[in-house]
Ligand binder design. Sequence first.
Ligand code: ADP
Length: 546
Amino acid sequence: MLGLMQQRPLLISTLVDYAAQWHGEREIVSRDPEGAIHRTNYAEVAARAKRLANALDALGIAQGDRVATLAWNGFRHLELYYGVTSSGRVLHTVNPRLFPDQLAYIMHHAEDGYVFFDPVFAPLVEALAPRLPQVRGWVSLSDRAGLPDVKVDNLLVYEELLAAASADYSWPPLDENAASTLCYTSGTTGNPKGVLYSHRSTVLHAFAACAVDGLGLSGRDSFLVVVPLFHANAWSVPFSGAMCGMKLVLPGPRLDPESLFALLVDEGCTKSGGVPTVWLNFLTWIEANRASLDLGRLRLKTVLCGGSAPPRAIIEKFHELLGVFLLHAWGMTETSPIVTVGAPLAKHDGMSGAALVDVQAKQGRQVCGVELKLARPDGGEAPHDGVSVGELKVRGNWIVSGYFKGEGGQVLDEDGWFSTGDVATIDPDGYVQLTDRLKDVIKSGGEWISSIEIENLAMSHPEVFEAAVVAVAHPVWQERPLLIVQPRVGFAPTRESILAFLTERLPKWQVPEDVAFVDSLPHTATGKLLKTELRQRFHGHLAVAG
Ligand code: ADP
């Protein structure tokens, strides 16, 4: 017997309309590259998203066509998030930090017909244009006065497009399975692959994000969106923010600690979210300047962190310096991205100090709406004992079913599980702990050594700023871990002091074979350690070191 309840399509337009009607005055604050603050609200952003939809009609952009952005976090980018998707086009958020070759590949593969860009990306646009003949128009996200000097065909001005368009528009009744946004994985191996989200997957994912033990977002929160809008749907914040009417603070390109601190204070931010490298710099700056900062004005309570593993030092410093709880989450572009979140359980009430940091350092527990399992190579499942390792596999309504245009072929197994390539343990409480990427695991004499665990430990050494561990070839043990350290400014730790520090804390066979020092560690366009480069650079290190 079927139930007798209504079935309405799950569409992004319903979130936009909801925010406009019921949280219309809730602010959207943006800072432009020059530092000027712009204030708008959900009602205005939604109204302008409708003008944008009319403008897209006038340009002849059909439903399903890809509209690309090369833009930082700002209100116009948010309008594109809402207007492009709700009117039935697909928003392709391109990561401008990628190399030009990767950008040309991605934008060609996506068949982007129009590109909306921040004026600061004019040189990039000029370099890309000759390689992208399918692009019919380039739209500067500015008014005429802010139009950069850029030599491309069919250059348009965003504010002029909107001014010429009618404000009168009704969102079309789309199929909830229609595509809404497109993000490419950064493709550290092979070509980047496109993940094509749907309205349905986006709305369901936003419900999970809002939930109290999800990201716990609320209309009373003010959220500094440090995670870029071009990184995995900005962890759903544009959508879940609209769903609950949360104030959004969009920092533009300036992610330096001083600028972030000013926004956090001035805009009364209660929450924020970003990758560990941003917070590492932020906390170092806070520590150095605490005497002159009025920390009492900060209302920040929770910082969402993921994308790579936040070292314990970040978790501890957030707590000690600012009284902020680091909420650790794990996911990937292919998973929309939220799969696990480290919200504490009732049994953790009253817990503090190192014991709580132990919980927070794990990647969190699976949210409702997706399924997770720990697969052993033989196809069986590893037990949730916090020790047995396996590859994380995931399935659910906001998990990829295949890449755009069939790249990579069949990506699900016969039971619908997607292999994440992440190796982890799951403890009896359900907390996932990532030990490695499958490709980064160090295979030493038949045992697996976790690079993440050693990196975390090394970063708790007071003189270490950041650390990476890669496998290097070894004549006896096949592979051994090499620790690569970027010292804190003003410190010169020795190999011996770091190895002694690790020897006290690790089983002997896991202690790195050697320590190399670098001025700065390389990162990918999404803020992860660029281990491919480190592996190439240090491959023969042990042979050289003798
Ligand atoms: P990319 O485009 O670089 O692949 P993703 O955000 O999709 O960017 O990367 C997903 C991967 O990032 C995950 O598979 C995992 O290896 C890593 N990752 C994400 N969150 C965490 C976390 N909290 N701790 C450790 N690694 C993480």
